[in-house]
Design a protein around this ligand. Sequence first.
Ligand code: CA
Length: 422
Amino acid sequence: MLAPNNPELKPWLEIPLNSDFSIQNLPYGVAKIGEGYRVLSAIGPFAVNLHALHELGYFEGLDLPVGIFAEKYLNPFISLGQGSWRALRQRLSDLLKLDTSYDLPTRKGDWSRVFIEREGLDMQMPVFVRDYTDFYSSEYHAFNVGSMFRDPNNALLPNWKHLPVGYHGRASSIIVSGTPIHRPKGQLKPNDENPVFGPCRLLDFELEMAFIVGKENELGQSVSTAEARDHMFGMVIFNDWSARDIQKWEYVPLGPFLAKSFASSISPWVVTMDALQPFTVEGPKQEPEVLDYLKFEGDKHLDIQLEVDILSEGGSLATVCQSNHKFLYWNIDQQLAHHTVNGCNLHIGDMMASGTISGPEEGTYGSMLEITWRGTKPVIMPDGSERKFIKDGDKVIMKAWAEKDGVRVGFGEVNTKVLPAG
Ligand code: CA
């Protein structure tokens, strides 16, 4: 029996070599099919109907409750714990591998129940998110923003290298890829004038990734960096929409509020921490030395390539950013340890976003604020039009994937169209 991450594994289904959804990936998502919801995995161009596989007896011996894959969210499955996640991952791998010993759905005549074309599926929010926290963990991003709004010699605030800065975001407006958003309205304050009410003029994206909590801690109980990874189920791409002009006027003294709470968009497939494990790499040296509760052992950063494209309403497409999750200063284990160090209890499905993931140089910046340097260096689209920020009718598309030893584990994309203010 080969472990699900083994690069030697090949599927018996024919799938494109560069597919995000290799046999080593096996992510989870939820689609609405007819009147019901189905928990799915994915391989190549297919979604795999886990409810159908369960009904057909392919999960025998795994102790999975009847109906667990007909739920609206992944939360009940996640609640079964890491042992169940890993047993199912191994079983799916064994079912889908080239030399599988299982009697395949094809031969039973149940192919079309089990394997569904992914394209055109009505994908839903994969998890119920009760709480959402947004960190600010990219030093390059914090430095760029600090340089613009203060000065380059004083870009990072004094706490930044001592703790992973974060704030509590709004969970209710996290939406799945494909859901359009309306340009938000709010208070804007032109320089030296009174505030006015109107549509945001400086609408921006933030290229982030988020992890999903998979194991709860009791109120009053902290989770160490060594235990943190076992408290995570998986990750998604996270576009943290931002209204820069609303933000500029409202954020003092309590921080982000309406400039952030109108929408955040996620990719529909949750890639598990187990599938991402082979892509761990060393992070940057942290100087000054961090306090003991933020220390960690081993490689904790993730080598995940990231891309942002803007697609205009007229079909003009520009890639405006190529970055990598490994550029973060603080790793996800430190984020979770810091979040719980005061005894804050996390719930299954809670979402923790990274903060904008910018790299060290032009071309790797994860927001229009940085890409166009506050609008002073507009992006020129292939059709000749300019972008300082995001226009009505634009689609923002974010992609993420990891590659190593000939194995690709990808996230697909999060794709959001901006509609005029309602
Ligand atoms: Ca953010």
